[in-house]
Design a protein around this ligand. Structure first.
Ligand SMILES: [Zn+2]
Length: 401
């Protein structure tokens, strides 16, 4: 199963909140392997488990059934190779999403391949129904093309008397890729097919949120049906049923998340950094000592946990948190400058007041802080945007204000 970031669509703000705390832990499990169109591609450690499971499935179940009597060493060799090729096909499915997303102007932060497929983290949504449908369809179309290609190769191999194990592996790769294309085309969110439906209804009604609602409704139905069918299969004695039920459960949950994500998109749409930003209660000077900052905090404790750090000209250069100062310890506070106690601010988090909020929501919090971005005017800090700032806007939107 392969999913785009678009398919996963958790609420952007809860994602923002999660990232502040959860991301460092999950990020440790990812191994960078390369780039597609400038987008970093990472392997999650859980993928190793998937490769092992697939290899076993092929070597112990699929290949013995197709080619009885093949030597175990060849079975395991071919099975390992086929499992690795399968992972590569998942990567190609995700890469297709990434390339088309870039074509329609949606930036992708990174692609992570893990145990259930791939996740592309996109910053925002395509602006048109056609773009949305195209980004979603690119994955299954790629899987289907790969599937047909592998089946064609298997056919060719049969005619040319290639080793039977290789032919069987090619046929398995073909069938599995077709299955992935078909599964992802189920027309409910969060699957690729749900995105296509979303784009279609959006095009027909002119209303993006109505398209999303349709995709979410069908997604819940698909999740419910898969879960029910899976449980039934399991009761009839098939372990595949358990897997299907788990996938169905996941689809149902993600459909609900997609609905919440829609609320976030609607709440932030058309708004800018200026709408969310608040004037910082306290600004730390990069060159002053941590002790000076601690004294200022004691005198007037700020409500925000992240304190922006500025240079001599008032230009934003970093951010320091109360936690950073605690970790420093009393002895080091006198000798450490604020700049060293905190962390530098990446250029992408220093924004103008008119930057769309959707872009900031997609950025998430700077790891270890609740700060999303600082607003600067002519190089001088004028405001900060934090996770609570974004969450407040979403809540207010739900109130109908
Ligand atoms: Zn996909």
């Amino acid at each position: 199963m392969a999913r785009g970031r678009s398919d996963l669509a958790e609420p952007a703000v809860s994602r923002v909140a999660d990232r502040a705390t959860v991301e460092p832990a999950t990020r440790r499990g990812a191994l960078p392997v390369g780039r597609v169109a400038g987008v970093p591609v990472e392997l999650h450690w859980s993928l190793l488990g998937a490769v092992a499971l697939l290899t076993w499935l092929l070597a112990a179940q699929v290949l013995p059934a197709e080619v009885p009597g093949a030597a175990p060493v060849w079975r395991w060799t071919v099975a390992t190779a086929a499992a690795l090729v399968f992972v590569a096909t998942i990567a190609l499915h995700e890469s297709a999403h990434v390339l088309v997303a870039r074509h329609v102007g949606v930036r992708v932060r990174r692609v992570t391949l893990w145990v259930v497929g791939g996740v592309s983290e996109m910053t925002g949504e395509p602006r048109s129904p056609g773009g949305l449908a195209a980004v979603a369809a690119a994955g299954p179309v790629t899987s289907a093309a790969l599937g047909l290609g592998f089946l064609g190769l298997a056919q060719l191999g049969r005619g040319a008397a290639w080793p039977a194990l290789v032919v069987a592996a090619l046929a398995w790769l073909g069938g599995t890729n077709l299955l992935i294309a078909a599964f992802n085309l189920l027309p409910g969110a969060p699957l690729d097919g749900g995105r296509v439906l979303h784009g279609l209804v959006w095009r027909l009604t002119g209303d993006r949120e109505r398209g999303r609602a349709a995709a979410v409704a069908v997604g819940r139905l698909v999740g419910f049906a898969l879960t029910g069918f899976g449980v039934l299969l399991f009761l009839l004695g098939s372990w595949t049923g358990l897997w299907l039920a788990a996938v169905g459960w996941f689809v149902g949950l993600s459909a609900a998340a997609e609905r919440n994500g829609g609320r976030v998109v609607a709440a932030l749409e058309g708004r800018t950094a200026a709408d969310a930003a608040h004037a910082p209660e306290l600004v730390a000077q990069a060159g002053s000592s941590a002790e000076t900052l601690v004294a200022a905090l004691r005198a007037r404790p700020p409500r925000a946990a992240s304190i922006p750090v500025v240079g001599v000209d008032g230009d934003p250069v970093g951010v320091v948190t109360v936690g950073d100062l605690v970790r420093l310890g009393p002895a080091d506070r006198a000798t450490t400058r604020v700049r060293e106690a905190g962390r530098p601010l990446p250029a992408e988090r220093i924004v103008a007041a008119d930057v769309p909020l959707e872009r900031l929501a997609a950025l998430g919090a700077l790891p270890g802080t609740d700060l999303v971005a600082v607003v600067a005017d002519h190089g001088r800090l004028t405001g900060t945007v934090t996770v609570p700032d974004l969450a407040r806007l979403v809540e207010l939107h739900r109130l109908g204000t």
